[in-house]
Design a binder for this molecule. Structure first.
Ligand code: SF4
Length: 424
């Protein structure tokens, strides 16, 4: 066997060329598409009419790193609460742009609640849920008029659970005329893509600028999502919002979202992502932000927070000390990031290794900025610490976790120069 004559390359293919849309709140500008980094966004699950509860959850999502936060605007109470939510966020110094999610009555709410229309930085319109029959076109047009009036970008967000039935019927009729009709699945894909693109073109005809439109076509199957977005990406140059709708709960939701999104992102498709996880009862809504960030960071597309590399553990390390230490450090690093990203620029590039025994511990630790190799079963009760590839010290005793914590903190302070005024 001979080696390859070419150096082995890695990384995604070149990003798909797209227009870019700007979503603005005050001085905060989020660019979706073009050469901008892939944006992570999220959605609240509070009752929007509860302005305080919603503002608190938005704050949590923003602090976790959500760059846009969507809220449902489903009725008059919700629309009336939107300006109060925005004011509450302003008081908390949270400038994350808000996206309003509209269905059925969006045309009325945007007209009747102008302060709501102004407070939102972007509108999401589902063309399958804007009205039936003759009202559909009128109500869609009214929403686009509001977007033009208030100078807001729009996501035309098609969802297979609420596909425009008239359009689906038309595509099915066309299919029936084919000599070899397509499968029901292919017809559904075609209907999703056609709905998104036709409505985007209509929005432009109604006066919305082409750089104020983002598209999505959400489905809940991994292969369906990949097939639909590959084709959608070929047929238009609007920025694309990626997300597996109703991804599910726990590991299933995370794995399904990661499987679908990573294939598309690797192919250069996708300008903003949202991970639609179902939270466990009492679970943390911010998990969807963390998962979105981790997909992008582990793929090497963006950096958000220092990465912790930890071995899975095995029979060589039967205590849970290293698991606790890995968890503790990971939580600590993530919790610091809202402050650290301003105080210690570049800290998100740091890698920390927490390893369970001597087999791979020292080797992996040397590759990290800071690494610790904890003693496995039967090994001498010493934990060598490596800093920038060199053994720096050995920790012993009952306070290894606390001491390692302090070493990580010292490393951050010493290596990521605080900007003027930073508190050490
Ligand atoms: S580093 Fe040691 S404890 Fe961790 S998986 Fe490898 S052999 Fe097991």
């Amino acid at each position: 066997m001979t080696s390859s004559p070419f150096a082995i390359a890695s990384g995604p293919v070149a990003r798909r060329a797209s227009r870019s849309a700007k979503i603005v709140y005050g001085k905060r500008e989020i660019i979706v598409g073009g050469s901008a980094p892939v944006v992570v966004q999220s959605m609240t699950n509070t009752d929007t009419a509860d302005a305080i509860g919603t503002a608190i959850q938005i704050k949590e999502l923003a602090r976790a790193g959500s760059e846009l936060v969507r809220i449902t605007v489903n009725n008059a109470e919700a629309a009336a609460a939107v300006p109060a939510i925005r004011e509450q966020l302003d008081r908390m110094d949270i400038d994350v742009p808000l996206v309003g999610d509209f269905h059925y009555n969006g045309h009325t709410l945007l007209k009747d609640f102008p302060d709501c229309a102004r407070a939102l930085s972007k509108y999401r319109i589902n063309p399958g849920n804007v009205g039936q029959g003759a009202k559909r076109d009128t109500q869609f047009a009214q929403m686009i008029e509001m977007a033009c009036l208030y100078d807001k970008p729009v996501r035309i967000g098609v969802n297979w659970g609420s596909l425009d039935q008239a359009l689906l019927a038309r595509i099915m009729d066309e299919n029936a005329q084919r000599a070899a009709p397509w499968s029901a699945q292919s017809v559904m894909y075609e209907a999703l893509i056609t709905s998104a693109i036709e409505n985007a073109v209509r929005a432009e005809e109604l006066g919305l600028a082409g750089d104020k439109i983002i598209l999505s076509c959400k489905v809940s199957g991994v292969q369906d999502l990949i097939a639909v977005y590959r084709e959608l990406a070929k047929r238009c140059d609007y920025p694309l919002h990626l997300g597996l709708t109703e991804a599910g709960m726990g590991s299933k939701g995370i794995v399904a979202s990661t499987a679908a999104l990573s294939v598309l992102l690797q192919e250069g498709i996708g300008d903003t992502i949202r991970i639609s996880l179902t939270p466990e009862p009492g679970g943390d809504r911010c998990k969807e932000v963390v998962v979105g960030q981790e997909i992008l960071q582990t793929m090497g597309l963006r950096k958000f927070t220092p990465m912790v590399i930890a071995c899975p553990g095995c029979g060589r390390t039967t205590s849970t000390v290293f698991q606790q230490l890995a968890d503790d450090i990971q939580t600590f690093l993530r919790d610091q990031m809202p402050v650290w990203k301003k105080q210690y620029p570049g800290v998100e590039n740091m890698n920390v290794a927490v390893m369970g025994c001597i087999v791979n511990g020292p080797g992996e630790s040397k590759h990290a900025n800071i690494g610790i190799s904890l003693p496995g079963t039967g090994e001498s009760p010493a934990a060598p610490v490596f800093i920038d590839g060199a053994k720096a010290m050995t920790l012993r005793g009952d306070n290894i976790a606390e001491e390692f914590h302090a070493i990580v903190l010292d490393y951050v302070k010493a290596n990521y120069t605080p900007v003027h005024g930073a508190v050490s």
